[in-house]
Design a protein around this ligand. Sequence first.
Ligand SMILES: O=C(O)CCC(=O)C(=O)O
Length: 308
Amino acid sequence: MTMTGLLRPITTDEIQAFDRDGAVLLKGVIGQEWVDILAEGLEFANNHPDGMSAGVSEPLRIDQFPASHSPKLKELMDESPIAEIVGSILQDSVRFYMDQMFYKPAGLIAPSAWHQDTCYYNVDGHQLVRAWVCADEAPRNVSMEVIRGSHKWNVTYRPPVGMDPAADPKGAAQLEADFANGKVLIGREAHDHWTYFDSFLDPGLPVLPQIDTQRESFDILGWDYEPGDVLLFHGNILHSARGGVELNHPRRSHASLWAGPDVSYLRRRSQSIPDPLPLYDHTPSDGQPLGDFPDVFPVAWAPGQSAH
Ligand SMILES: O=C(O)CCC(=O)C(=O)O
């Protein structure tokens, strides 16, 4: 089958909206064959849980790095126009960092809690972009929401995951010592077995605001999403997915994280998701650009590069 490239150019208005608001919904940019590949790839990942699958058979299933074992998701990451779309918004070259699956079965759709993405990972920079695609229609009441402009608040909130240090003070003290001694807090073995609660939450970071109980205090942006659209949002933006409504079909989404040239490695005390596996063969220092590891993070798209 001939696969289509980007269906239409990304407009100046869309580039400006992403910069200003921290998120933009790009309507009708990828073809139906990519939506079919996405659906197939998500079904494969859902049916083949691995050590990085959280919430198997539950209303919110989240997998880390699913493209590493789901061939169709790998094809989506390597061959679809998503890298070009992200690069076109940044107007710069982009490297793939990691991906996740959020699989919500038909029935009562689970919400996804408000959070920022960057604080989970050992990366830092302004050119961090999330590309969110869904294999199913997702009206606003089950799709993503963001706090407009929060990508520029210059604050890193505490990820809402991790064990409470009070539950295991000795373990927590060991972790603080390991961090002070320069250890990477989550090792390569986490790729075989991992949960959101293996690490200790980081009391040094501010707690997330209570957004859902004070929605009118925030400038919340949301969209009706249709397959073929790509939602881009900034790595530092506060975002969530609404839920609590019944659907007669699943809501299956895939989110990939992409990095422009200003993104560098930063060992974070709040890290709760392992580094990409091949990065463990290196010993990156804080501030080192991801571009220093081209074997791990090759350039996926650069301006002027011919489209797939
Ligand atoms: O799809 C969802 O429900 C949540 C996605 C999300 O929070 C993310 O991509 O960071």
